[in-house]
Design a protein around this ligand. Structure first.
Ligand SMILES: C[S@@+](CC[C@H](N)C(=O)[O-])C[C@H]1O[C@@H](n2cnc3c(N)ncnc32)[C@H](O)[C@@H]1O
Length: 410
């Protein structure tokens, strides 16, 4: 066959007969996509792998248990020839040629009239990569290009904005604890498609530097709010930009709904009639201890963990936390926003029955290059915070899990 480049095309096989010859590994790899395409699949093969057999048992394919015979391809629109018998493959591809059935041959790409591209999917798009000529066929290279494109689209490093489907509105994105690798794939993609990003002080701020120059980045802490409350000013900024038809990302630290005031923003947007999606994030309450080698639960040590805010002291009338009840729990206590009040908190826990020897760890700026862990006990934590100059943001972990490490076993 002359060395012209292959012509790429998408076959719409729904309800159309596709004949597969051979029930081995090649069929096993190719059948799921043919099934997903809705093809009417007939497998002709005396044997099949257990997975292929399961597809037949489930009624996804029709299995004719015998070797290939001339005439099997007569009614087919498309054929996959993949038996272990080269002579049968050659006869079958001659029959395909006679009947003008496009056919893929697993054993001889040169003789095939069609090639299967390396395919992947992202956001309603199929990425298919083909080698241009038979001579240069390098399936690993085409698969690597497919992976690079699909991964890039998923994680936002390859920017391909949706011009038709992109709807203006706000995405409330949980950015994770700080390490740029710890945002979700969906969050990263939305960030890559944003016109405006309103970001908190916490979260993956390194990602902001990667945004293209046309993206307006607004520091939420610096929004002038005059007579307004800061939160109200942020809500208004979200609404104003969305009303201008822009794709707005509200990038928040951790998860938007863990002490993140996420629902207040969702409510304000709903009142203004602005569409909003919420993308969950990895909360610092679990990931920051984890990054410092502390499991919030451990078999035989802690069967529960409780996450509380320590932003107001236990004796403050605004506190909604039942500290005496927490003192009675045997599991792990994770305190966010508690550095300033940790002295009072430790005192209260001990006064209500927790041992002063209960271990405590403070993890400052977890998952970032500046991460540090300081250990203490409830009796010493106030003094340790002063002496070690522990500063927010920090997650404080109280409980025996602090002492669990690779060298201990339950
Ligand atoms: C207003 S809360 C927001 C929590 C966030 N929504 C989450 O799910 O992680 C801020 C507190 O989270 C904790 N925090 C967030 N990121 C942190 C990090 N990288 N290292 C240590 N603590 C962090 C600190 O306790 C900080 O004071």
């Amino acid at each position: 066959m002359a060395e012209h480049p292959a012509y790429p095309v998408g076959l719409r096989l729904s309800g159309r007969r596709v004949v597969v010859l051979g029930g081995g590994q090649v069929a096993q790899r190719r059948l799921p996509a043919l099934i997903a395409a809705g093809a009417d699949i007939v497998l002709v093969s005396p044997h099949a792998t257990p997975s292929v057999e399961a597809m037949a048992d489930a009624g996804e394919i029709t299995w004719v248990r015998r070797a290939y015979q001339d005439g099997d391809l007569a009614e087919a629109w498309y054929a996959l020839i993949a038996t272990s018998d080269p002579e049968a493959n050659t006869r079958a591809s001659a029959e395909a040629e006679r009947h003008r059935v496009w056919c893929v041959r697993s054993d001889d790409a040169d003789q095939a009239t069609a090639w299967t591209p390396a395919t992947g999917h992202s956001e309603g798009v199929t990425v298919a990569v083909l080698t241009t000529h038979a001579r240069g066929r390098d399936p690993r290279h085409t698969a690597a290009i497919r992976d690079a494109v699909v991964e890039g689209l998923r994680d936002g490093t390859l920017v391909a904005p949706h011009h038709r489907t992109r709807t203006p509105g706000v995405a409330l994105v949980g950015g994770g604890p700080g390490d740029p690798d710890l945002i979700t794939v969906r969050g990263r993609r939305l960030l890559a498609e944003a016109d405006v990003v309103i970001a908190d002080r916490l979260g993956p701020r390194d990602l902001l530097a990667e945004l293209p120059p046309h993206v307006e980045v607004i520091d939420a802490a610096k929004i002038p709010y005059g007579r307004y409350m800061a939160q109200e000013a942020i809500n208004n900024a979200l609404i104003e930009h969305a009303k201008q038809g822009k794709a707005v990302v509200r990038l928040k630290g951790g998860d938007p709904y863990v002490f993140g005031r996420g629902m207040e923003e969702v409510q304000a947007l709903a009142e203004a009639g602005i569409p909003c999606t919420v993308v969950p994030g990895i909360s610092s309450s679990i990931s920051v201890p984890s990054a410092a080698g502390i499991p919030v639960t451990h078999r035989g040590v802690a069967h529960e963990f409780t996450v509380v805010s320590g932003h107001v002291a236990p004796d403050d009338e605004r506190s909604l936390v039942d500290w005496p009840a927490l003192a009675r729990l045997t599991g792990t206590l994770v305190i966010l926003m508690g550095v300033d009040k940790i002295g009072k908190i430790a005192e209260t826990l001990v006064a209500h029955g927790k041992s002063p020897e209960t271990p405590v760890a403070l993890v400052q700026e977890g998952t970032t290059a500046a991460q540090r862990r300081v250990d203490a006990t409830l009796a010493t934590v106030a003094e340790t915070v002063r002496a070690e100059d522990v500063k927010p943001p920090a997650v404080i972990v109280v409980g025996e899990v602090v002492r669990v490490g690779p060298e201990t076993s339950a």
